[in-house]
Design a protein around this ligand. Structure first.
Ligand SMILES: Nc1ncnc2c1ncn2[C@@H]1O[C@H](COP(=O)(O)OP(=O)(O)O)[C@@H](O)[C@H]1O
Ligand SMILES: C[C@@](O)(CCOP(=O)(O)OP(=O)(O)O)CC(=O)O
Length: 191
């Protein structure tokens, strides 16, 4: 098994900016040779697309396409996770040689527990926080059955995050907040 030096587990509501923030961190660390961005939703979307004849690539982007299938993808993924909570976690950590892993979409207690259990010393948690107004400006529309479900709310309580990043246009500067995280990563990598 590959042994990363540091794992940053990101969580946050949809349109909080998880992809946006994690991609900046990856760039600041020198790109994909140093830092891998791993998505629990990657293998989920891939298998779901195959089984349902959908366009996998389009499920990955930030457009409205994935939203049409989100509720059913959640249901589908939950079936897999109920049978085996580590199912998607195990899939994404295979053959990842980079020293830093970013998991961009932790959603459930079982996701955090899986990483903490296997990589106790390396795992840190980061919450991306954005106001409903900011999320709405980015295209978020409240949807019952999604925004009140475990997929969105599973980590609202009970996890003491190592960092919380506010990603609002009128909030604290993003760069300054990210620098605090980056300092720790660089120390760990001895950069
Ligand atoms: N700080 C920001 N400044 C500008 N655009 C942002 C910012 N944060 C997020 N966005 C944009 O908002 C949209 C949703 O962000 P995304 O990272 O995809 O959210 P999530 O992965 O949490 O659903 C994307 O189009 C992204 O580029
Ligand atoms: C079925 C999902 O995996 C879909 C997740 O898709 P994204 O991770 O792309 O979503 P956001 O970035 O929050 O907009 C959710 C789940 O319950 O596993």
């Amino acid at each position: 098994m590959d042994s990363p030096k540091l794992i940053l587990l990101f969580s946050g509501k949809r349109k909080s900016g998880k992809d946006f923030v994690t991609s900046i961190i990856q760039q600041r660390l020198g790109g994909s040779s140093v830092c891998a961005i791993l998505r629990l939703s990657g293998p989920l979307k891939e298998q779901y697309a195959k089984e349902h004849g959908l366009d996998f690539r389009r499920l990955l982007d930030a457009s409205g396409y994935k939203e049409k299938f989100r509720e059913d993808m959640i249901r589908w993924g939950e079936e897999k996770r109920n049978a085996d909570p580590g199912y998607f976690c195990r899939l994404i950590v295979r053959d990842v040689p980079q020293p830093v892993w970013i998991v961009s979409d932790a959603r459930r207690r079982s996701d955090v527990e899986w990483f903490r259990c296997r990589y106790q010393l390396q795992t840190r948690t980061v919450r991306v926080q954005a106001s409903e107004e900011s999320r709405r400006e980015r295209g978020w529309v409240y949807t019952a059955g999604i925004d009140d479900a475990e997929s969105e709310c599973g980590l609202d309580q009970g996890v003491a995050f190592d960092w919380t990043i506010s990603n609002d246009s009128d909030g604290p500067l993003l760069e300054e907040q990210l620098e605090r995280v980056l300092r720790v990563v660089r120390d760990c990598l001895e950069l």
